[in-house]
Design a protein. Structure first.
Length: 295
């Protein structure tokens, strides 16, 4: 039995959440093309006949320019300090950037094995991939360099085989049927937030959060109520949309994902409130401190 904790780090939008979802085999981390989509340190548990790997998906590390950025970086740095192996993901198609160099300098202060994962190689030739490897290999003493495509599930098996050689423990931390440390309520709320980020694009900033208010389990269905919390009325109007069309789209996409995860029919009810209206109803937010993520 081999086991250990492995952290995925990298600048925003390099594919960390897509990779962890691919390895675990189901969606446990949301994805979008917006930096800072992953706000929390999320653990996904991979098991096979002789291995357990606890993967930690982190917010993208970047040079912060606001309070949200500072908090996201703090969570990512914490994950680096408290794991056995670090996997640095880079985007092969975007190439070496200031963000990558920023992270590599931080890694030089930590005495842990670091594996470089060159992601998004789909569409690149072997020669182009080789050039990418040469571009990075002299920047840091990487233990291994593994090119992959998380989206196309390419070379993921080789990556897992490589990671296994650096696992230090021989105990099982979680039962085989557990795939994440996050609650179902958390995952439901995050899926709704993902659809908001997908559909509203730049119109809606990251000062939006979602909270599950109620889950009613019936014989063959789940009835789920989710509150979408925003910081001003203008955002509320955008999320609801003209004649309620936007919130209907958000609900439809979220429901499809939830039915796959829950393996049952889902009735999803969404409503939008400003933080002031929400506080009139709730004296505190039990799962999310909204003030931590606003200026």
């Amino acid at each position: 039995m081999h086991s250990g904790f492995v952290s995925f780090v990298g600048r925003p939008n390099v594919g960390k959440s897509t990779l962890i979802n691919q390895i675990i085999g189901t969606k446990i981390a949301i994805t979008s093309d917006k930096p800072g989509t992953t706000r929390n340190v999320i653990q996904g548990i991979y098991n096979d006949k002789d291995t357990q790997i606890v993967f930690v998906d982190t917010p993208g590390i970047h040079k912060p320019n606001n309070k949200l950025g500072q908090l996201l970086n703090k969570g990512a740095y914490y994950s680096i300090e408290d794991v056995d192996v670090i996997c640095l993901l880079i985007d092969a198609k975007k190439g070496l950037g200031k963000g990558d160099k920023y992270i590599i300098e931080r890694l030089k202060t930590i005495n842990k094995p670091v594996i470089l994962i060159i992601n998004k190689i789909d569409g690149l030739s072997k020669d182009e991939i080789f050039l990418k490897i040469n571009e990075y290999k002299d920047l840091y003493d990487f233990k291994e360099i593994v090119p992959i495509s998380a989206l196309k599930n390419k070379n993921i098996g080789e990556l897992l085989k490589t990671i296994k050689t650096y696992l230090p423990d021989n105990i099982k931390y979680f039962e085989d049927n557990i795939i994440t440390n996050r609650s179902m309520q958390f995952m439901i709320a995050e899926i709704v937030r993902e659809k908001i980020l997908w559909l509203t694009k730049e119109e809606v900033p990251h000062s939006v959060t979602c909270l599950v208010e109620k889950i009613i389990k019936d014989k063959d269905k789940n009835i789920i109520n989710v509150a979408i919390i925003v910081d001003r009325d203008a955002l509320k109007k955008i999320i609801i949309g003209k004649n309620g069309q936007m919130i209907k789209k958000i609900g439809t996409l979220a429901r499809k994902d939830l039915e796959k995860i829950l393996k049952t029919k889902v009735y999803l009810e969404l409503y939008v409130k400003t933080i002031e209206k929400w506080r009139e109803k709730e004296k505190y937010l039990s799962e999310f401190n909204f003030n931590d993520f606003t200026e």
